[in-house]
Design a protein around this ligand. Structure first.
Ligand code: XIL
Length: 337
């Protein structure tokens, strides 16, 4: 039962914020950043600066932001985040080069021959990778390329370039920035075995053919109800067999996945804490060399994309809407090595 009335024992009694959560971990602890908040909200900036040492731009590195016209790239805003990261000594995770969402209108409406599509695709990837060369640690090169049944998602890239667009994206990115680690990122991999199998096969094939791919991003938009702990654990363990770096890239744990009329309470808080504890422990079982980092998809429940995007009441992150720590934070902190 999801919102049962039995009260589990408290998961952690020690619940204070530590200066430098990231100092407690042997891998980076990341967060999706909203630059508007970072530049205008001192409390946001202070907490983010104090707790996290890797930044994923939540929206400003997406195609619509960086490439608003065919011959127009806009790096002004993104470069402010680069400057912040450099100044504060935080690594940057580039998100994302090739995706089916948040595309500029001109790109969705682009008409051209196959070789014109190819040139546009290559220019998009390489202009962006060259611009950020030496400044980003890694890129999500392709994002969400699979459907739930394991088939490739229909998008403009598949339609105009065929399935080899995936491999080409990695080759073009690598040529433009040979030092950057290149990731494939997707969601629901622990929920759909067909999707997980197809993902595994694709990455295995790319790797065996020498395509420059270095990491797997598991988004981890999960909930207290699903996937099961076993499914989460075995997904991480299975995909790690590919030998690449593993990034838990967009972690949030919904307490209200079925959009019910609920209020946040101790029971839900404890279930959320236990879910993250399980996820962290599964991650810690990986060889250290594969532990690229864990990134939370937002600083606090106030900035989380879930309430506005899905239109529901939720509290999926480490800090509450007043930037106070939640049991999920305390449990996570307690389990860091
Ligand atoms: C989301 C952002 O958090 C929202 O602000 C935006 O409106 C939509 O995109 N998978 C991804 C992320 O790879 O880029 C998405 O981010 C969440 C799902």
């Amino acid at each position: 039962m999801l919102f049962g009335s039995c009260q589990p024992e408290a998961v952690s009694d020690d619940c204070s914020v530590v200066p430098g959560l990231y100092n407690m971990a042997s891998f980076p602890i990341g967060v999706a950043v909203d630059l508007v908040e970072l530049e205008n909200n001192q409390a946001y900036e202070a907490l983010l600066d104090q707790q996290f040492n890797q930044l994923t731009p939540e929206n400003i590195f997406k195609a619509d932001a960086l490439h608003p016209g065919q011959n127009q790239f806009n790096f002004l805003v993104a470069d402010r985040l680069v400057a912040y990261a450099e100044q504060e000594n935080k690594s940057l995770h580039g998100h994302t080069l090739i995706w089916h969402q948040q595309l500029p209108q001109w790109m969705e409406g682009f008409s051209g021959t196959r070789s014109e599509w190819e040139a546009m695709f290559k220019d998009h990837i390489q202009t962006i990778c060259s611009h950020f060369k030496g400044k980003v640690r890694a890129w999500d090169v392709v994002n969400e390329v699979f459907n739930e049944d394991g088939s490739l998602r229909q998008n403009i890239w598949l339609e105009h370039l065929g399935p080899s667009y995936i491999e080409k994206a990695f080759r073009y990115a690598h040529a433009a920035d040979p030092e950057a680690l290149l990731f494939i990122n997707d969601y629901n991999l622990a929920l759909s075995s067909k999707k997980q199998e197809a993902f595994y096969k694709l990455v295995d094939d790319l790797r065996k053919r020498g395509v420059p791919i270095h990491g797997i991003g598991l988004q981890m938009h999960i909930s207290i109800a699903f996937p099961s702990d076993d499914a989460l654990g075995s997904c991480i363990e299975e995909l790690a067999k590919l030998g690449l770096a593993i990034h838990l890239s967009e972690v949030d744990i919904s307490i209200n996945p079925y959009n019910r009329n609920i209020t946040y309470n101790t029971d839900l808080a404890n279930r959320q804490a236990r879910k993250l504890a399980y996820l962290l422990q599964a991650y810690q079982r990986l060889p250290e060399a594969q532990q690229y980092g864990i990134t939370f998809w937002g600083l606090s429940d106030l900035e989380s994309w879930i309430p506005s995007y899905f239109g529901r009441n939720d509290a999926p992150l480490l800090f509450d809407r007043d930037y106070q720590v939640k049991p999920v934070y305390c449990q996570f902190k307690k389990l860091l090595p």
